[in-house]
Design a protein around this ligand. Structure first.
Ligand code: HSE
Length: 414
């Protein structure tokens, strides 16, 4: 099969490298050579190390020998127009571009179906972790009740370092930027949008219907502080940025938020730039996929796995994906959490108020750091988010005490 790569950045050059280095192995696996014919790069300054380099998309579009196109350009335009045109010509497309899959996935899957080819996107979530195919193949017979993951290496690196070094967010972000782990404009990672795009793709996979990341409630990690970690540590817990999808009967819940995670959760130990994706099924129980969620070769490895699938299914539409029907996600207020609550002052004189607003079912177990009298923390009962927010306001109005910060908390599993 003759292949073209569109976009010769980190991932595109990684794909070219894997195709070159593992050429013999690939041929053995799929029974025919997989040959790179073109590399498209439309940037002004094109890299010198790519052979087969072209800068005119129409060459790929009009070359009937090209049966498969790898899209690693990133961004939505012109990636969408190029991919659409390839699929309309019956060329299989493999992409690592989560923004494209999130925005136009269902449309492109529909076009692939119409033209008897495939649109594959394994590398768009979890880099080298095979989560898309695992959901599609391995867990096809499961009723998936939850998928929760650490899906952003940059924020996980920052949070891990804040915990280990007792450092504040800005300090660790600056270090991550110095080391090249975080972008100079880190907003998409630290404000949670990268995770929410990946969460939207997983929700679409799990539900079979289309969902947009804009419809997923998203918070990033800018507000997480050194003191939040000190409280979490005191409780034997840590803080992670989680993207979560849950199904209860026919209702779907989804959010991206930083959460206090107990040791009993397998995601507790996913540190540094690693990703972990926990999948819960009605028969399966809990499982977790773990590995490198970003980087040149891990991501290229997922792209190459899609290339193999395309060669193996070159005459049929495989159907990995979801329909055009829009999924309705339940409002954030209808999710139930416990909350780590940091309250101004000491707890003695407001015990009854804390009980009234946050602790109807459980006892107050205050956490006080080094004898501090300016604030304390505790974990609330399980509460619906809408009730929690109402009670928080009512508590502040009644007592005149400020809630310094709250973080949603996972319950310790027994
Ligand atoms: N910026 C992303 C991360 C890259 O830090 O995980 C992979 O999508």
């Amino acid at each position: 099969m003759k292949v073209a790569i569109m976009g010769y950045g980190t991932i595109g050059s990684g794909v070219a490298e894997v195709l070159r280095v593992n050429q013999d192995q690939l041929q053995k696996k799929v029974g025919e050579p997989v040959t790179l014919k073109y590399v498209l790069d439309i940037r002004d300054s094109i890299p010198e190390d790519a052979d087969k380099l072209i800068n005119d998309f129409s060459i790929i579009e009009n070359d009937e020998e090209i049966k498969l196109v790898v899209e690693t350009m990133g961004g939505i335009h012109p990636a969408y127009e190029f991919v659409k045109s390839c699929l309309e010509k019956g060329k299989h497309v493999v992409t690592s571009n989560k923004a494209l899959v999130d925005a136009f996935g269902s449309k492109l899957i529909g076009i692939a179906k119409e033209h008897h080819c495939n649109f594959y996107f394994e590398a768009s979530v979890g880099g080298g972790i095979p989560v898309i195919r695992t959901i599609y193949h391995n867990y096809a017979g499961e009723n998936l009740t939850e998928i929760t993951g650490i899906m952003n290496g940059t924020t996980n690196f920052i949070l891990t370092n804040m915990r280990e070094k007792g450092a504040d967010f800005d300090e660790v972000l600056a270090e991550a930027q110095r080391l090249g782990y975080a972008e100079r404009d880190p907003s998409s990672d630290i404000d949670g949008f990268d995770t929410s795009r990946k969460t939207a793709i997983l929700l679409s996979m799990a539900s079979g219907n289309r969902c947009r990341h804009e419809d997923i409630y998203t918070e990033g990690i800018r507000n997480i502080s050194k003191l939040d970690f000190e409280y979490a540590k005191e409780l034997g817990m840590t803080i992670k940025l989680l993207g979560s999808v849950q199904q209860v009967e026919d209702k779907y819940f989804a959010y991206v938020v930083p959460m206090v995670v107990p040791k009993s959760d397998p995601l507790f130990s996913v540190d540094g730039v690693f990703n972990g994706i926990k999948i819960v099924g009605n028969c399966l129980g809990t499982t977790m996929l773990y590995g490198m969620g970003a980087g040149k070769l891990p991501t290229a490895s997922a792209v190459v796995s899609d290339i193999i699938a395309a060669v193996r299914h070159q005459d049929e539409f495989q159907g990995i994906g979801w329909s055009e029907k829009m999924l309705e996600i339940e409002p954030m207020g209808s999710n139930a959490f416990t909350y780590l609550l940091r309250v101004e002052g000491t707890c003695e004189e407001i015990k009854d108020d804390l009980k009234e607003f946050f602790l109807e079912d459980s006892e107050l177990k205050p956490v006080i750091l080094n004898g501090r009298t300016d604030e304390f923390a505790f974990i609330t009962d399980v509460m619906f988010e809408s009730d929690f927010l109402d009670n928080l306001k009512a508590f502040e109005e009644k007592t005149g005490r400020r809630i310094i910060h709250y973080i949603r908390t996972e319950k310790e599993e027994n």
